[in-house]
Design a protein around this ligand. Structure first.
Ligand code: URP
Ligand code: ZN
Ligand code: ZN
Ligand code: ZN
Length: 472
């Protein structure tokens, strides 16, 4: 066979295997894995490089309106550009239902935001903020059939949070339809109470974002979400776990026999609440929810990755500009932490951080790296085996990594819309030096190869977790 492209002499890594092989690509897919493939229009020499499935980031916020004149720093163009620079070939973004809005209306808006702008492949999770009988009874089942097979519900944030009875009703629809529900677990009433107390005491600085969202508020909500899922008998994903106590709730639920997926993020390995405690509002750069905790929590999150408590390592990329009245430094936010928009940029740094801090420092092996950054995302969100692995028939979404390349993180490298990165100055070892999407090179040496937006929208199958006897 004559290939369109052959990647030669690289070390191919999947979630289960590591082997030296050439990779033959034809019509956008992987067509051969064998030694000495030579017949090709284009040959990429991967000697000394790792050949990994492109990263899949299943937790990315792009172009979401936040009210109050706050503007997210990335749209689908800049956000997916940054994703590609950081070694990703697919992102799963959120389609946020407004109150009173149908899910189809919301999807129309988000598809329009993404159309023609994406540098990597994209799919949408549906954020359910208004679970009316119509939405849960009619719309959602039809949309699951149409390939929108995952949802997110919030237990926190005024205006977004669902009550327990609404969560139960949403989970019940998920059980009937085979959708997978992601849950943001923090106790909103406890947070409101603590914010009130802080305000009475005149505590308004960014660092108090962390003290109003303590570990107990996350642990309690995690336990409650798991209990609600147990009552309905449906799998769920606990997203952005920040500490040991919430992690232990996942372990206990699994021991009871529940099917649960767990996710953690770079900020819980790399940042602490001390980062919020800085002069001149600098701490606002690190305001996200749940907040970064302490060294012991970082160690716990590493342990969860090593021991398989966490299936998913995602960015929770939710970027706002810092030095901007429409971003972190809006007038109200300067006076009171509760108005600082929650979220930090991280879609480009997710993979290099885990590669450098995890693989190169010997905390996780390279196969685990592939599993928690790509393969498990594909399986849990219904994209496997088209995505998430290097196998014959899979899309040729491939990241070539130079394990020895040393990079010091600076904001301009990341090509996102934010004017800062929480990881400025971090020394990284190992970097994705070339990215292929559907067999075509989209990034080389830290730059997009062209302005074209080749990313496609991906309808999805049901999750491995909700399909019969599936597992990651
Ligand atoms: O602070 C965060 N994580 N913002 C993004 C929204 C969410 O809760 O995932
Ligand atoms: Zn672009
Ligand atoms: Zn969340
Ligand atoms: Zn998020």
């Amino acid at each position: 066979m004559r290939f369109d492209t052959v990647i030669r002499h690289g070390t191919v890594v999947t979630a289960s295997d590591t082997f030296v092989s050439d990779v033959g690509i034809k019509d956008g897919r992987i067509a051969a894995l064998a030694a000495e493939l030579t017949e090709a229009d284009e040959v990429i020499d991967a000697t000394g490089l790792l050949v990994l499935p492109g990263g899949i980031d299943s937790h990315v916020h792009l172009d979401q309106p936040s009210g109050d004149g706050i503007v997210m720093a990335d749209d689908f163009d800049s956000g997916t550009r940054s994703a590609a620079i950081g070694g990703n070939s697919t992102v799963l973004a959120f389609c946020m239902q407004e109150k009173g809005q149908s899910l189809r209306e919301a999807l129309k808006i988000y598809h329009a935001k993404a159309e023609g702008k994406c540098h990597v492949d994209v799919a949408f999770h549906l954020v359910i903020t208004d679970p009316t009988p119509e939405v849960l009874g009619q719309e959602l089942p039809a949309l699951v059939e149409d390939g929108y097979t995952s949802l997110k519900v919030f237990m926190t944030y005024e205006g977004l949070r669902l009550r327990d009875d609404e969560i139960l009703a949403t989970l019940d629809t998920a059980r009937r339809t085979g959708a997978l529900v992601m849950v943001h677990c923090e106790n909103e009433d406890a947070i409101r109470y603590l914010i009130g107390r802080h305000e009475e005491e005149g505590k308004f600085a960014p660092k108090f974002h962390a003290t109003t969202r303590p570990i107990a508020a996350e642990r309690e909500a995690t336990h409650r979400a798991l209990s609600l899922a147990e009552i309905v008998d449906v799998p769920i994903v606990i997203v952005h776990v920040s500490n040991r106590e919430a992690m232990e709730e996942i372990r206990r639920a699994r021991k009871r026999g529940q099917k649960i997926a767990g996710e953690t993020c770079p900020q819980y390995l790399m940042l602490t609440a001390d980062d919020l405690d800085q002069t001149e509002m600098e701490g606002a750069k690190f305001v996200c929810s749940p907040p970064p905790r302490d060294k012991a929590s970082q160690d716990a999150c590493w342990e969860g990755l090593e021991q398989g408590v966490f299936d998913l390592f995602s960015s929770d990329h939710c970027p706002f500009r810092f030095d901007d009245p429409e971003g972190k430094l809006n007038e109200k936010g300067k006076r009171n932490f509760r108005w600082i928009p929650n979220g930090i940029p991280g879609v480009a740094t997710r993979l290099p951080i885990l590669f450098s801090e995890g693989v190169m420092k010997g905390r996780i092996d390279i196969n685990t790296f592939v599993a928690v950054t790509s393969t498990n995302h594909a399986k849990l969100y219904g994209l496997y085996p088209r995505k998430g692995t290097i196998a014959i028939g899979a899309d040729a979404d491939i990241a070539l990594w130079d394990p020895d390349k040393r990079v010091t993180v600076t904001n301009d490298l990341l090509k996102h819309g934010a004017d800062y990165t929480p990881y400025e100055g971090l020394d990284i070892r190992g970097w994705p030096v070339q990215m292929l999407l559907g067999g075509r090179t989209i990034v080389k040496d830290g730059e997009l190869t062209g302005p074209e937006s080749r990313g496609r929208y991906l309808p999805r199958n049901r999750s491995s977790l909700t399909s019969s006897r599936g597992s990651t």
